[in-house]
Design a protein around this ligand. Structure first.
Ligand SMILES: [Fe+2]
Length: 417
């Protein structure tokens, strides 16, 4: 009785064990053959044989076919010992290769709070274990490079197309072709070679002091170089990749000379030397140190939703404006993910990226971090809905990476610290 209970537990579990990319060829063939056999005939005898073959793992494989031979009754005593051994091994967690739990190792520069709930949901739905390592985007890339093909990482998840491009250039990603990702992620929001795919979109908008600026005075990024804004513009340093991508996008559509003229004009209108992050620019506008600032939209959303009274008060003093609506559109950037070259769990890594692009995950991102979904038709947060829709610049975000070095030079020449 005990044996039968163990068999039945074990074989049910065996049938549900997913095939993984890391399975050896033998392991895959055996798993598939056992499942097929169990589906056809789930008698105790067949289950015993299945356990036996999973446990001892020395199957007959010829020409990619696994031949399943029922054992003779005479062999049963020996088999029973093997079966019991196998079942106990399984129960103590040291199990045969066919039964290794599926897992995916993720290196993420997104904060844990902004990604772990989604990863947990994926684990619940698929039984795949996710091992998450978080760190700064550039540090994770350095780590991936130094680990090379020995890296345990299967996925690199990071923010800004500039960084995704750097990872691609560093040779740490591999091309992935997924029909699902190709259809769910628009062409301009993914790498042309499939090395990375956007998972969320963020806009770099203008925020303005409601009590000092009439939004009718605002139009384009370029218009902020007008002398009327002298001493009134706040923006973070040129070392920040968000600004580098803003300039790279401008180079892509308007050319390098126009981008340099913008950078020079903007620097001339700075209210103060660049300092702090995007939230600090919003606070500076609220505090009257400047009248306008260029920031990523989700920071304002985060301040509005923050439990911190000071941040809420600062956010309440500013309005958001979508620049360049009559032209190329507001500059947008992405967070995204790619499968690493060293990946040992490629198939499950692709499944996870597909999961992060699905409607449910896209909605979660838009609700939780006030980012925009990668495609239309997904509901956004109340805060984002209140800001209205806008025309986004559709220059391929891969261009932001390709032109990053040129953008840095332009900003240097413009004296943007
Ligand atoms: Fe950010």
């Amino acid at each position: 009785m005990l044996f039968n209970e163990i068999f039945s537990e074990f074989t049910v579990w065996l049938r549900d064990v997913p095939l993984t990319q890391s399975d050896s060829h033998t392991s895959r063939v055996v798993k598939e053959a056992l499942r097929e056999r169990l589906d056809r005939d789930n008698s105790v005898a067949v289950r015993r044989h299945s356990v036996y073959h999973c446990g001892c793992y020395n199957p007959l494989i010829e020409n990619n076919n696994y031949s399943f031979q029922p054992e003779s009754d005479e062999a049963m005593p020996t088999q029973l010992i093997r079966i019991l051994g196998t079942a106990l091994t399984a129960l103590t967690g040291v199990i045969c290769n066919a039964a290794l739990a599926a897992e995916v190792n993720v290196y993420s520069s997104r904060q844990e709070a902004l990604i772990k709930p989604l990863l947990d949901r994926f684990s619940e739905q698929t039984g795949t274990k996710i091992n998450l390592v978080t760190g700064k985007g550039d540090a994770l890339l350095t780590r991936l490079r130094s680990e090379g093909m020995n890296s345990p990482a299967d996925i690199l998840l990071t923010v800004d197309a500039g960084r995704l491009y750097r990872a691609e250039e560093a040779g740490v990603l591999q091309s992935v072709s997924s029909e699902l990702l190709m259809s769910e992620v628009p062409g301009h929001l993914r790498d042309p070679d499939g090395q990375w795919y956007a998972l969320s979109v963020r806009a770099r908008a203008i925020v303005y002091a409601k009590d000092r600026v009439d939004p009718a005075e605002l139009s384009t990024y370029e218009a902020l170089t007008d002398s009327t804004w002298e001493g009134k513009v706040c923006i973070r340093s040129s070392g920040n990749i968000y600004n580098q991508s803003l300039i790279a996008g401008m180079i892509a559509t308007e050319g390098e000379a126009a981008a340099e003229s913008f950078a020079t004009g903007l620097v001339a209108n700075f209210a103060r030397p660049p300092q702090g992050g995007d939230r600090d620019q919003i606070k500076a506008v609220a505090a009257g140190q400047c009248d306008v600032a260029i920031v990523n939209s989700y920071y304002l959303g985060g301040m509005i939703n923050s439990g911190d009274a000071e941040q809420q008060a600062a956010a309440a003093k500013v309005g958001i404006f979508w620049p360049n609506q009559d032209g190329r559109g507001t500059h947008v950037n992405v967070s995204g993910a790619g499968v690493t070259k060293s990946a040992k769990n490629t198939a499950n890594a692709v499944k996870l990226i597909e999961f992060l692009a699905n409607d449910e995950s896209q909605r979660w991102y838009a609700e939780t971090n006030n980012e925009y979904p990668v495609r239309d038709g997904i509901p956004v947060s109340e805060v984002l809905a209140a800001w209205g829709t806008f025309k986004a610049d559709e220059v391929p975000v891969s261009e932001l990476g390709r032109l990053n070095a040129d953008a840095v030079k332009v900003m240097d020449r413009a004296g943007w610290r």
